[in-house]
Ligand binder design. Structure first.
Ligand SMILES: Nc1ncnc2c1ncn2[C@@H]1O[C@H](COP(=O)(O)OP(=O)(O)O)[C@@H](O)[C@H]1O
Ligand SMILES: NC(=O)OP(=O)(O)O
Length: 320
């Protein structure tokens, strides 16, 4: 699929980075990051300019829950605001990715630097998403546990694509990436950049030159499409837990798709084939990026199949 030298934004799923939902330890995530680094460094080795974005749904939820748990044990322990937890998740995941990518590049004799940049993304404080939480964060719960959390903590809980119940938080649309000029400077200079982690820390512009963090989680697929547009990227590659996008997902008549036009995407969205909070934002972000300029393409595939997907052997390609 990717032949000549290109500028490529790779979006890594937060769930995909915690490959085993039963093992959400940092040690396990670092192992996944090391495996993830391989197909990323393949692209770097081929001479492509690579920018990495990543999700943080499970991780930010776990950070929030850790602070809440600590405050229950010791009331002098502060509750950490959501945007600060988002920034921590960027540091946590960015650290793993930069360590893994650096090591893989060193191993292959590639002399490049990699840096994770704490990135703020501007959202509209009047975005209707604030009234309707949709973004799943944190661990998966049974229906019973979810009902208890609604009662005890006032969380909004929703079923997540047949995998169990998760807390949901508002997910406003990304408008602008505050640090985009710095990302561009670093990429132009040949460095590998990890940015818009967790969709970026959501901030609103107060109109007086100051930015203020807000309690939300931006969808990293939309943030990735946004930074890809700003950087004039050729490709957006969304790596998640499934090899291909499907229609009739999880049903006996499930059909995996290899290629989708933006018209197909709209048709299947209208028919309700993509679960909100999981596959729906991916296909929407894919179509948005492809539509933004002729020649742009998006690939959606799994971390494990990334290499084959990039070689055009599997995955779902979205074209105009
Ligand atoms: N139509 C569909 N085709 C493929 N996967 C789907 C579909 N609808 C929902 N899904 C689910 O979406 C998941 C990807 O979303 P999610 O786990 O939120 O991604 P991320 O890797 O970005 O964290 C897949 O693993 C799958 O369980
Ligand atoms: N922020 C975000 O989109 O995270 P996930 O990829 O984990 O859903």
């Amino acid at each position: 699929m990717v032949s000549k030298k290109n500028r490529i934004v790779i979006a890594l799923g937060g769930n995909a980075l915690q490959a085993n939902p039963k093992d959400t330890t940092a040690e396990s995530q670092l192992v996944t990051a090391k495996n993830t680094a391989k197909p990323i460094v393949d692209l770097i080795q081929e001479g492509h300019e690579v920018i990495i974005a990543h999700g943080n749904g499970p991780q930010v939820g776990q950070i929030v829950a850790t602070y809440e748990g600590a405050a229950q044990v010791n009331s002098s322990f502060p509750i950490m605001p959501f945007p600060e937890c988002g920034a921590m998740s960027q540091g946590y995941i960015g650290y793993h990715l930069q360590q893994a990518i650096r090591e893989e590049m060193l191993h292959r004799g590639i002399k490049k630097s990699v840096a994770a940049l704490v990135t703020q993304v501007v959202v509209d404080k009047k975005d209707p998403a604030f009234e309707n939480p949709t973004k799943p964060v944190g661990s998966f719960f049974t229906e019973e546990e979810a009902q208890r959390l609604v009662k005890e903590k006032g969380y909004a809980m929703k079923e997540d694509a047949g995998r169990g119940y998760r807390r949901v938080v508002p997910s406003p649309e990304p408008i602008d990436v505050v640090e985009a000029p710095i990302v561009k400077t670093l990429v132009d200079a040949g460095h590998v950049v990890i940015t818009v982690g967790g969709g970026g820390v959501p901030v609103v512009d107060n109109g007086n030159g100051s930015l203020e963090g807000v309690a939300a989680v931006i969808d990293k697929d939309f943030a990735s499409a946004k930074i890809a547009e700003i950087l004039d990227a050729d490709y957006l590659i969304i790596l998640t837990a499934v090899e291909k996008v499907s229609i009739n997902f999880n049903k006996p008549n499930q059909k995996d798709l290899s290629e989708l036009t933006i018209e197909d995407v709209q048709k299947y969205i209208d028919e309700g084939h993509f679960a909100p909070g999981s596959m729906l934002p991916k296909v929407k972000a894919a179509a948005k990026f492809v539509k933004s300029k002729p020649g742009r393409r998006t690939l959606i595939t799994s971390l494990e199949k990334a290499k084959e997907g990039i070689e055009g052997k599997t995955g779902t390609v979205i074209i105009s």
